[in-house]
Design a protein around this ligand. Structure first.
Ligand SMILES: *Cc1c(COP(=O)(O)O)cnc(C)c1O
Length: 346
């Protein structure tokens, strides 16, 4: 299979149209058989549920080429399950978990020429999403839904690569207490756009949100979970809260920290005062897009909180976790059973 003529190494995190998308419709109480399409445009009624009341959710995962030349994706069953959970919270009909994984395989296979080669630093980003399709004017769930998967080749999410970023504490919340912070809904992102643009205007890379109820505990950034390292690299600490999106990257890192690197993992409430008191040596953002990105500094309304590892380099323990995670993903380190999902291309 001939790869597309793309300068893989210089890709950024932007949409680029590929050959095929996947589409399935939910109508009359059931999902149709689904198919690949070359049509990258969606046409719908002006009163569609998604346009009026934002009934939509999505997922994000990557396909890439391993060291031995296989095309794989990482734990797609967990994305399928999480989208299932998002759908239930939004009164949408879940797309069956096994069909989700098959659809991901089908659309990646059809776009195999767009999967970046091993070592390029680029990946094929896979974006499954679902939305209310038929007209809805009184407030209620739609009756018809479209499930689609688009794929697009991307480079690193943070341009600086492994350079530490600076985050600020915003005056806004990402999610409400007992709200939708724990699911991957488009609405969580709509309301984060103003705060993220304000952060950028002020010269910060990201917002670090505190818990919406008390504003004393650390939650996550707009699109990535947070991990801390303490005890000379022996302990990983990550926040526990219902309003944090349960990142698959974070769950994988915690497993690898415990089982591959012999670290202790604590998932618990983390107070901002602990960070101010210098309790942690390293801090990182993690997610499919961010992988692991170091944080060097937190800005709390002008008050600077320095993380010990500083603004020059990624700390040694995050680096070790990064190498372990990407090693497992790329096939250089033996992965736990079922993590690396091969997509056979004939
Ligand atoms: C998608 C997402 C993450 C990262 O989750 P992964 O499964 O690791 O990609 C973290 N936080 C938010 C708010 C997200 O939407």
């Amino acid at each position: 299979m001939e790869k597309k003529d793309v300068d893989w190494g210089s890709l950024d995190f932007n949409y680029r149209e590929t050959d095929y998308s996947y589409v399935s419709m939910y109508k009359d109480g059931k999902w149709d058989e689904g198919k690949l399409t070359k049509d990258h445009t969606v046409t719908m009624n002006e009163c569609a549920g998604v346009l009026q009341y934002s009934q939509s959710c999505f997922e994000g995962l990557k396909a890439y080429t391993t060291e031995d030349g296989k095309i794989v994706c990482f734990r797609p069953d967990l994305n399928a399950q999480r989208m299932h959970d998002s759908c239930l919270r939004l009164e949408m009909p879940p797309f069956p978990v096994d069909r989700f994984v098959k659809a991901v395989e089908e659309v990646v296979k059809a776009n195999a020429a767009w999967v970046p080669p091993y070592g390029s630093g680029a990946t094929l980003y896979i974006r499954p999403y679902m939305f209310g399709y038929n007209p809805v004017i009184g407030v209620k769930p739609a009756d018809e839904y479209m499930f689609r998967i688009l794929v697009t080749p991307v480079g690193p999410y943070f341009k600086g690569g492994m350079k530490p970023v600076e985050v600020r504490i915003p005056d806004y919340d990402r999610a409400a207490p007992h709200g939708t912070g724990g699911i991957k809904a488009g609405l969580n992102y709509a309301m984060s756009l103003y705060p993220i643009m304000e952060a950028h205007r002020q010269g910060f890379n990201e917002n670090m949100y505190l818990d919406p109820a008390t504003r004393t505990k650390i939650e996550e950034t707009g699109g990535a979970n947070i991990i801390f390292i303490k005890d000379n690299g022996k302990t990983l600490v990550t926040p526990k809260s219902d309003s944090i999106l349960p990142s698959i990257t974070r769950r994988s890192i915690c497993y690898l920290a415990e089982n591959y690197l012999n670290m202790k993992v604590e998932q618990r409430e983390i107070f901002l005062t602990e960070v101010e008191d210098g309790e942690f040596d390293e801090m990182g953002l993690c997610g499919t897009a961010a992988v692991i990105s170091p944080v060097g500094r937190i800005n709390d309304h002008g008050k600077v909180i320095n993380i010990k590892s500083g603004m020059d380099d990624m700390g040694p323990t995050l680096k070790k976790l990064y190498d372990t995670l990407t090693g497992v993903q790329m096939g250089r380190i033996k992965a736990p059973e079922g993590w690396v999902h091969e997509i056979k291309v004939d």
